[in-house]
Ligand binder design. Sequence first.
Ligand code: NAP
Ligand code: GCO
Length: 263
Amino acid sequence: MTKFSMDSFRLDGKVALVTGGIYGIGFGIATALAEAGAKIVYNSLTQEAVDEAKADYEKLGIDAKGYVFDITDEAAVAAAVKQIEEEVGVIDVLVNNAGIIKRIPMLEMTAEDFRQVVDIDLTGQFIMAKAVLPGMIEKGHGKIINICSMMSELGRETVSAYAAAKGGLKMLTKNICSEFGEHNIQCNGIGPGYIATPQTAPLREDGHPFNDFIIAKTPAARWGTVEDLQGAAVFLSSEASDFVNGHVLYVDGGILAYIGKQP
Ligand code: NAP
Ligand code: GCO
């Protein structure tokens, strides 16, 4: 038996692509992977957003490289991955973070609304994984981390499309594990609880009933922060998790285990 080393959590020499890594959970995860030694690559939909994020990374001493592409555009994704492989290197770690949510009562949600959420939150993740897998197979290793959700396990009013997509993303995670595990590629999910980011800002506005609801539903009795997700992201990106595959690691303060505090 070899002596355990904390170096198994290091990412030195690795190229990590974090989609939508310009703020929120993606930016938080990217900064942690950088601290573990990874070279950070990220994308957004506009050059302006990419440039703004680059300055934010630089403030933290991180020389991240940004690219402009939409994860739902298969041709643009293929071209971007080719450019990244030429300019930075083959992608060792893909964090499928980019995503949207629409909070609309199902009877008021149009099929177009539903399709847009599923296209970004599920099909876009498939497109990204399909683009990076050939390079990972050739290298003989790879890590794909899909950012799932409480809605990979639970439903709630107004988020039918998002829950359907995130439930599908949990199963896509298991399928990538199944199809590529023999190539030493691990695909796992992170299932954040309710995290304080721009995406949940509307739910945390002063006096919003949802704010108190989540506090009562969370054993930790608080909203999560992007920092709460960083350790799980480094673990699932590193060799320390080489025998963890097809798993969704819920980082939720205990919500999924808890019936909720009695009013
Ligand atoms: P966020 O603040 O809304 O950030 C989402 C990011 O994805 C933004 O940078 C956004 O870019 C980008 N994006 C959206 N559509 C894209 C596309 N088609 N191509 C490229 N980039 C795209 O969300 P967040 O709270 O950080 O959440 C990040 C991920 O975690 C999402 O998948 C979300 O579903 C998931 N999640 C969030 C929570 C939570 O409580 N916050 C909990 C569980 C899971 P723009 O700024 O240009 O729109
Ligand atoms: C919502 C929230 C959640 C979080 C997250 C929980 O409206 O219910 O936005 O969906 O984004 O997915 O894990």
